[in-house]
Design a binder for this molecule. Sequence first.
Ligand SMILES: [Ca+2]
Ligand SMILES: [Ca+2]
Length: 144
Amino acid sequence: DPPSLRSSRSCPRSRTTAEWEYFGGKCYYFSLTRMSWHKAKAQCEEMRSQLAVIDSYAKQVKTQLQTGILNERFWIGLTDQHSEGDWEWVDGTDYKTTFTFWKEGEPNNSGSNEDCAHLWVSGKWNDVYCTYECYYICEKPVPK
Ligand SMILES: [Ca+2]
Ligand SMILES: [Ca+2]
C-alpha cells in the first residue's frame, strides 16, 4: 500500500480526534494540549500507550519532522528524576547503549532542577524542569 493509505488504516483515531500516525510498526500521537511531564505520561498511559521512546535515528527524523511542522516542543519518555544524570527511558530501554540526540550543551540540569526531556522545535533534546508545560508524543504498537 502507499504509506498514506496504510497510515490511515493502521492507526485508530484517539478520543480527542487527533490522528495517530503510523511509522515503523508503531502509532504516534502528537498531543493537542500542553501539560507537565508527569501528567503527559499519565495521559499516554490512559490511551494505552507510553511517552515516545526515541531509540533510533529513523524515529528521530520522523518526530523532528513533526516538531518542525507544528513549531512546538514535545515531551518524550526520558527522565533522570530517580538519580541525577542517570537517564531512564519509560519502557526500560537501556539509555546507555541507545541512540541519543541532545542539543549541544544538554542535558545541563540547569538550576539543578531539570529531570525531564523534551524535543525542541529543531527536534534536538533538552532537559527541563518536569513541571514545565509543553506538548507530548505518545507511542504504541499498531493495535491487532
Ligand atoms: Ca537532571
Ligand atoms: Ca537543559
